[in-house]
Design a protein around this ligand. Structure first.
Ligand code: ADP
Ligand code: MG
Length: 699
């Protein structure tokens, strides 16, 4: 697959399967192209010499096209694509359905299509899609009822129906596009390819997408990271729940679900994720229309108290904060505003404010270095002309270069004003919360564009030793491992407390004597997932009680499950857990993004607390560190209420070492270190559970 420039800017487009038959897709596409396309349209159909007044060739090879749009029946589509390839056409859009979406025959056909594309090095869109649009040359190679308006947003959608709905609505709203792609089954070109292309495309200011899934999450992250440094990418992803999570036997798997992977992966890719279609377009519009804010602080300028409070609440709910004006701004506001006005943020110019007073307040706020962005908010009054106000906002915004979102509340009265604002790239909404949210996504993107991505640290580890531990699943015919696999951590430099697995009371005693002090004793059985649940963990066993404790643990396990395989008892050094924090570091493999790391508050209540955060592995040091900042309990790690802070560097390093372990061994399907006890000095992995795929271990 090569450069996509010609896909969107061909000189000649062939429609293979063009026809005059009423109501057919072949006719709709041909008509759409004839109507607006600046280049040449060549119908291809062996049955006709003319279609819709254009001379029709019988073979795509005779079309001399640089883009072929294929609407022939599925049974012959692959042959047509091959012929196009043979004839030197490099860009193909396969509209035809009946491929991977329809079962095994279709899946085979899709594989053949992919092979053909590979053989002839084709940029292939689809199959099973609505087509593509590019507005600079007026090319509407879709069967949507309407063309798009010209603009600077480039849009990809996994649903063709959604494209037609969006076009209809966007035309009404005056929202324009550079390119539009219905990606279909993504047999060849996928979301990463389009993001890469539009990242380099002069005509595209913002990339937006509606996605149901991302095929290769890691590749997408790598590509999008590059692009989002200077081109914003906003994506709405549907399907927040999945069956994948249900089978999980680890805490990480149970908590993760599939959306956790998308949430983490899209964020790591630098994508601004939208929760709804409205948010998608609100974000896209302000990102294409307004400059980035210099900080996260917002000024609100209003003539009405109530809406000012609403906007203030919305700021509170967002990642933005209310700006604090500088002394000189406050002095000047005090001088110029009436006595009844509020000069502190939100600035209330009060009900009798005319456009002049708004302008004064706006200029002062937008010029203040403490202000990153502003919301101009107004209710209609007899002394305020909305059209003049809109002009004023446009002028002041342009003069100061501080981004603005407007909220000229009202109905018909606000319509023309909204057009004036929109023309200048300033969004205007009735709802103050929407104005604030759009500024929030602007600020979010600023933070993304300023990110510095680091490479993951490579630790010196003993891969062979780790492989040997994992291989024990083979001998045991059991794909789950518990504390008997703690040596994995020795191999990967993750600290563990002193301890030993023994298989007799006498050996338990010897082990405890070596450790000295009271010890912790745990049943060791791959069949017992949650040891404490069956009373299988004894914390603080005195030396004289070790012998009995051994027998008690084994008999509890037998009572619980008579046929459980019991490997023995682990005797472990007792840690001062009260002086630290029990955390969890885990991994669950996501089908699209691969290893998904989890960090959170651990211990036996982890699934009740669900105070966790995720990243796709491998992670760099700053990413691992960010995880320790993100959980709600982060203040606990920093040492709340007179407690000593715990060793955060130790946690950060453990996350990275686990990241390396699960990246090195795709055979590890899921893994929990729970708890990783974080102490004021050092961290200790006291428990582990993992699932291993023996097949993958061999390959
Ligand atoms: P499981 O999760 O199977 O119940 P764990 O080994 O995680 O078993 O132990 C359960 C709890 O016991 C831990 O969350 C921790 O509170 C405590 N615990 C386990 N090992 C130690 C230890 N070495 N020192 C202090 N407390 C421990
Ligand atoms: Mg545990």
């Amino acid at each position: 697959m090569g450069d996509l420039t010609d896909l969107f800017a061909p000189e000649t487009v062939a429609v293979v399967g063009a026809t005059e038959r009423e109501g057919s897709v072949g006719r709709a596409i041909t008509e759409n192209l004839i109507r607006d396309f600046d280049g040449e349209v060549v119908p291809v159909n062996p049955n006709y010499d003319e279609v819709l007044g254009l001379s029709c060739v019988h073979d795509v090879g005779d079309s001399d096209a640089d883009l072929a749009v294929v609407v022939v029946p599925a049974g012959i589509a692959v042959d047509v694509v091959r012929n196009a390839g043979k004839a030197g056409i490099r860009n193909v859009v396969v509209i035809t359905a009946g491929f991977g979406e329809t079962g095994s025959e279709g899946a085979t056909r899709e594989r053949e299509l992919r092979d053909a594309a590979e053989e002839y090095d084709l940029n292939l869109v689809g199959p099973n899609c609505l087509g593509i649009i590019s507005t600079p040359n007026g090319m509407n190679a879709t069967f949507a009822p309407e063309n798009a308006l010209p603009g600077s947003l480039s849009f990809m959608s996994q649903s063709g129906a959604f494209v037609t709905a969006v076009l209809d609505w966007a035309n009404e709203e005056g929202i324009g596009f550079k390119d539009v792609v219905s990606v279909g089954n993504k047999a060849v070109l996928d979301e990463a390819d389009f993001v890469r292309h539009w990242g380099d495309d002069e005509g595209t200011d913002v990339v937006i997408g509606y996605l149901e899934g991302i095929d290769d999450g890691r590749a997408f992250i790598e590509t999008a990271r590059d692009v989002t440094e200077d081109t914003p990418v906003v994506i709405v992803k549907s399907g927040r729940t999945s069956a994948g999570a249900q089978a999980a036997s680890s805490h990480t798997g149970a908590i993760a679900g599939s959306d956790a992977a998308y949430e983490a992966g899209l964020d790591q890719a630098g994508v601004v994720r939208a929760e709804s279609v409205q948010e998608l377009f609100d974000s896209a519009r302000i990102l294409s229309g307004q400059p980035l804010p210099r900080n996260d602080s917002v000024a609100i300028i209003t003539n009405a108290g109530g809406p000012g409070v609403m906007a203030t609440d919305a700021v509170g709910d967002s990642d933005l904060e209310m700006a604090e004006f500088s002394e000189s701004t406050l002095d000047e506001l005090a001088e110029t505003m009436p006595d009844e006005a509020n000069i502190y943020n939100p600035i209330d110019t009060i009900g009798d404010a005319d456009v002049g007073r708004f302008r004064t307040a706006l200029d002062l706020a937008l010029a203040d270095e403490n202000v990153g962005a502003a919301v101009v908010l107004s209710a209609p009054t007899a002394v305020l002309d909305y059209d003049d106000l809109a002009e004023t906002i446009v002028e002041s915004q342009a003069e100061h270069g501080t981004p603005v979102a407007a909220c000229l509340m009202g109905g018909g009265r606000a319509e023309k004003a909204a057009d004036v604002l929109s023309e200048a790239g300033i969004p205007s909404y009735f709802d103050p919360a929407r104005a604030v949210d759009s500024l929030d996504s602007l600020a979010r993107y600023r933070r993304i564009s300023e990110r510095e991505y680091a490479a993951p640290t490579e630790f010196d580890v003993d891969r062979e030793a780790a492989h040997e531990v994992l291989s024990r699943v083979e001998e045991r015919g059991e794909n789950r491992l518990g504390v008997e696999a703690m040596e994995l951590f020795d191999a990967y430099g993750i600290p563990t407390p002193a301890g030993e697995i023994v298989d007799s009371p006498a050996d338990a005693l010897a082990a405890a004597e070596e450790i000295e002090d009271p010890v912790v004793m745990k049943i060791v059985s791959p069949d017992i997932l949650h040891k404490s649940d069956i009373g299988g963990v004894k914390v603080g066993v005195e030396i004289e009680d070790v012998y009995d404790a051994y027998e008690d643990l084994v008999s509890r396990a037998r009572n619980y499950q008579p046929d459980a395989a019991i490997l023995g008892v682990q005797v472990q050094e007792l840690l001062d857990v009260d002086a630290g924090v029990e955390t969890i570091v885990g991994m669950n493999r996501d089908p699209q993004f691969g290893p998904l790391l989890m960090f959170g508050l651990g211990g036996i209540f982890v699934e009740i607390m669900e105070d966790t955060t995720f990243r796709v592995a491998p992670v760099s040091e700053p990413e691992a560190r960010a995880m320790t900042d993100e959980i709600d309990a982060a203040p606990l790690l920093r040492g709340a209420r007179g407690r000593d802070p715990v060793d955060r560097d130790g946690i950060v390093e453990t996350i990275q070492r686990l990241s390396q372990l699960v990246t090195d061994f795709p055979a590890i399907l899921e893994l929990d270190i729970n708890p990783l006890v974080a102490l004021p000095e050092g961290v200790q992995a006291v428990d582990v559970r993992l699932t291993v795929d023996p097949e993958k271990l061999r390959s």
